[in-house]
Design a protein around this ligand. Sequence first.
Ligand code: SF4
Length: 276
Amino acid sequence: MEIILAEYLGFCYGVKRAIRIAREHTDGTSCTLGPIIHNPQMVERLKSEGVDVVENLSDMEEGTIIIRSHGVGPQVYQEAESKGLKIVDATCPYVKKAQLSAKKLVEEGYKVVIVGEKNHPEVKSIFEWSNNKAIILETEEEATEISSCQKLGIVSQTTVSGERFKRIVDKLLEKSSDIKILRTICTATDQRQAAAIELAQKVDLMLVIGGKNSANTTRLAQLCEEKCRTYHIETVEELSPEWLDQIEKIGITAGASTPDWIIWEVHKKCQMILEK
Ligand code: SF4
């Protein structure tokens, strides 16, 4: 039996950066606004190191507020400032680019479309940077329904698949004669998805590791399921030895918010089961 790790897996640049920044503020007065990443184990570890979580600014009277990699709208910065909180901005630079692109397009008179998931915090933040003017599109059907306009600007959620972005943009091309397309997709997602699909084609079983609340991990699991038997697990405790019966090749991948130590625990347990 063989265990193969995907070429790209686990923490992306933006998440590594956000955690490094949070770890520089473990003085006991710092909180992240919402969980720093969609991984409960990492959130707990940071709490034990001295960085707590608040869901709203109203829950904080003093100290340092850390903005997570998904980013927030401009009014959050204003509110934090007016409360006298110190702001540490760990917004991923790729998300920041999407936010500022939306803002600039609105200022230049474009009707702005964000291709992405309506309820995702990153998309909400991009929407807020558009001065709450953007239209969020999840599907091609929604794209066909929007009305034509003089100037149309398009940005994307950083984690949208390149293929989905293209399909939606294709539908939008007929909506205006002046279209500005800013493909603000981050390569980390494409790389992880392509590497997971490639590996899932070669193995008998895929283990996809990451938070059940992580959209990018869930998407990896869906893509792998199309190629081979797949289990989405959050931690090593969920790995059942029976799954590996009669299996020749196991593939492992992990979402962009999955810490290395969890990946290695799963890898180690697979090895121990194989050696039995
Ligand atoms: S997936 Fe990309 S955009 Fe999102 S945090 Fe990671 S590096 Fe940044």
